[in-house]
Unconditional design. Structure first.
Length: 287
């Protein structure tokens, strides 16, 4: 197993990362807290919320969510083919895109609004930014602390753009089917166009993440599943934590999404022959 090292001592590096995780969690929580519209607290009836209170559950959730992001940057570093800071920013952007899109899922019952519309979209966009900006900063900090002691080779994949399109269509279509069939809870009957459209937007978000990772990491598929995919499961679990009886659905929809992503990557491996990596001129010039 490749050992991950930091530019400073390992202990100091992890302390700095731990502080960054806490700071980013605080930023996200503050953004949620300062918004004037809030979900009726009487509806927050999750088991852990009733036992420990909503603030404690929210803090624990964000710490776990962001910790997984930081760990993903660190664990995937041995297969990265870019400088440490760029590696962190790449994963941070992949997470951020998913947060921005994920917050737009049409789930009116768990929002402060009675109907989906411009107010819902604007409100969720602010929350998405409140999660996205901290995760980019956190991953950048984590990446910047990684030691840079190895040469950088060619990066990129000529088929990543096609894979992004395949992933968009696959995830979107799967979401459309599972929503229409009632396998997961959705507002497809009330807002069919918005729900279906968001499903394809979700697929595009995963596709963008794959595009970023496939061009900067030799293990892009694994990072996509165990990094972005696992984080997506954690991200969606928040609803299951705060609303009673929703955890199974939250995890099921996330698992279906990740399975669709895995299927689309496997499909690409069969449809498009592997091609030689596309060299990154900037990286070559830097070495």
């Amino acid at each position: 197993m490749t050992r991950v090292s930091f530019k400073t001592s390992t202990v100091v590096g992890w302390i700095v990362i731990a502080i960054a995780i806490v700071v980013c969690a605080v930023i996200a929580i503050v953004v949620h807290a300062v918004l004037p519209e809030k979900v009726d607290e009487a509806l927050l009836d999750g088991v852990l919320v009733l036992r420990f209170g909503f603030p404690a559950v929210a803090v624990a959730y964000f710490l776990i969510l962001f910790a997984q992001c930081s760990v993903s940057v660190t664990v995937s570093w041995p297969t990265a083919q870019t400088r440490p800071l760029r590696h962190g920013l790449t994963l941070g952007l992949a997470f951020a895109v998913m947060y921005m899109i994920g917050m737009q899922e049409i789930m009116v019952d768990t929002s402060p609004f009675a109907a989906w519309g411009s107010d819902f979209v604007a409100y969720q966009a602010i929350i998405g930014l409140g999660d996205a900006i901290p995760v980019i900063l956190l991953c950048a900090v984590t990446g910047a602390l990684l030691a840079d002691r190895r040469p950088h080779t060619a990066v990129g994949s000529r088929r990543s753009l096609v894979a992004m399109l395949v992933m968009t269509l696959t995830v979107g279509t799967v979401r459309w089917l599972v929503s229409s069939l009632g396998i997961i809870q959705s507002c497809v009957d009330e807002y069919p166009i918005a729900v279906v459209g968001w499903g394809y937007l979700l697929g595009l978000g995963f596709g963008i993440g794959y595009l970023l990772l496939a061009r900067t990491n030799t293990a892009g598929k694994a990072v996509m599943i165990y990094g972005v995919g696992l984080n997506w499961l954690i991200f969606n679990s928040f609803i299951g934590l705060v609303f009673d009886g929703t955890m199974v659905d939250a995890l099921l929809r996330s698992a279906i999404d990740v399975a669709a992503v895995g299927f689309s990557m496997g499909l690409m491996a069969r449809l498009v022959p592997s091609s030689a990596p596309v060299a990154d001129a900037g990286e070559r010039a830097g070495n």
